[in-house]
Design a protein around this ligand. Structure first.
Ligand code: FMN
Length: 237
C-alpha cells in the first residue's frame, strides 16, 4: 500500500496554498463583494447530544437562516481553529493539512445576504459573492430534482481542487479528498443539529450541471458533495 510522496508538510502546504487558495475576495464581475461574517461563538448542544440528535432532514420551512447561523455552519465546515509553522489548521482534518476542499454556498434565504453563489474564505472568515440571483430551481434540477436542495435556505457545496492534495499524495489524493468531504459533511450535520436546523448530505447530483453553475472546469476543480440546510418543517399535529 503506497503512503504517498514524502514531501515535508511546510513545502507541500506552501505549494498547495499557491494552487488557487488565498485569492483576494472579488466578485464574479471583478468588483470586490466581500461579506465579513459574524464571530462563530455559538455554544449549543454537547457533542454527545448533537450526535444523538443528528438526522437527515429534507423538508424545510421558508424561514431564512440568520447570518450568525450561516457563519457558525461555515466555521464548523472549514473555519480556522489553529496553526502550525504559520499555516492555518481547520475545524475538519485534512491529509497533510493541505485542505483541497473549498466551501461554496448557494444562498436562497439568509438574513442580510443577497441571494446568490458565494465562496467561503477560511482565512478571512468571510464570503465572496460570485453570482447574484436565485438559483434554487436550477440547483434542484441539477440535483436530480431533490426538493431538499431547491427548498433549502442555503446549500453548502464542497468542491475539490485536486492538485492541492496530489502535490503530496499523487494517486492516493482522490481517496483522501472524498474522505475529507465526509469529515466536513459530518461537521455540518452536527453543527446543524446543535443549532436546531435541518440538513442532509447530498451525493446524487449532476457533476457537470453543478460545475457549470459554480463556474468550475470539472477537471482541476469539481463539486464532490453538498449539504442543503434550513429550518426544520415540523410535522402537522
Ligand atoms: C455519501 C452519501 C450520499 C448521500 N446522498 C443523499 C442524497 O443524494 N439525497 C438524500 O436525500 N440523502 C442522501 N444521503 C443521506 C442518507 O440517505 C442518510 O444518511 C441515510 O438515510 C441515513 O439517515 P440519517 O442520516 O438520518 O441517519 C447521503 C448520505 C451519504 C453518506
Amino acid at each position: 500500500m503506497t503512503t504517498g510522496l514524502r514531501v515535508p508538510l511546510a513545502i507541500a502546504a506552501a505549494v498547495a496554498l499557491m494552487i488557487s487558495q488565498g485569492r483576494p475576495l472579488m466578485g464574479g464581475d471583478g468588483m470586490p463583494s466581500k461579506t465579513n461574517l459574524p464571530k462563530a461563538d455559538y455554544r449549543g448542544l454537547t457533542l454527545e447530544e448533537a450526535v444523538e440528535k443528528r438526522r437527515s432532514v429534507r423538508e424545510f420551512t421558508k424561514q431564512p437562516l440568520s447570518l450568525k447561523e450561516l457563519s457558525q455552519l461555515l466555521f464548523a465546515a472549514a473555519g480556522r481553529t489553529g496553526s502550525v509553522h504559520g499555516f492555518g489548521l481547520r475545524a475538519a482534518p485534512s491529509a497533510g493539512a493541505l485542505y483541497p476542499i473549498d466551501v461554496y454556498v448557494l444562498v436562497s434565504s439568509v438574513e442580510g445576504l443577497e441571494p446568490g453563489i458565494y465562496r467561503y474564505s477560511t482565512e478571512e472568515h468571510a464570503l465572496e459573492r460570485l453570482k447574484s440571483g436565485l438559483f434554487a430551481q436550477q440547483a434542484q434540477k441539477e440535483s436530480l430534482g431533490q426538493e431538499a436542495v431547491g427548498g433549502s435556505a442555503a446549500t453548502f457545496i464542497l468542491a475539490a481542487v485536486f492538485e492541492r492534495c496530489r502535490v503530496k499524495y499523487g494517486d492516493r489524493a482522490l481517496r483522501y479528498i472524498y474522505i475529507e468531504a465526509g469529515h466536513i459533511s459530518e461537521n455540518i450535520y452536527l453543527q446543524a443539529a446543535s443549532l436546531g436546523l435541518g440538513s442532509v448530505a447530498v451525493g446524487a447530483f449532476s457533476d457537470q450541471g453543478w460545475n457549470r453553475l459554480l463556474g468550475l472546469d470539472g477537471e482541476k476543480e469539481s463539486v464532490v458533495y453538498m449539504h442543503p440546510v434550513g429550518k426544520v418543517k415540523q410535522p402537522a399535529p
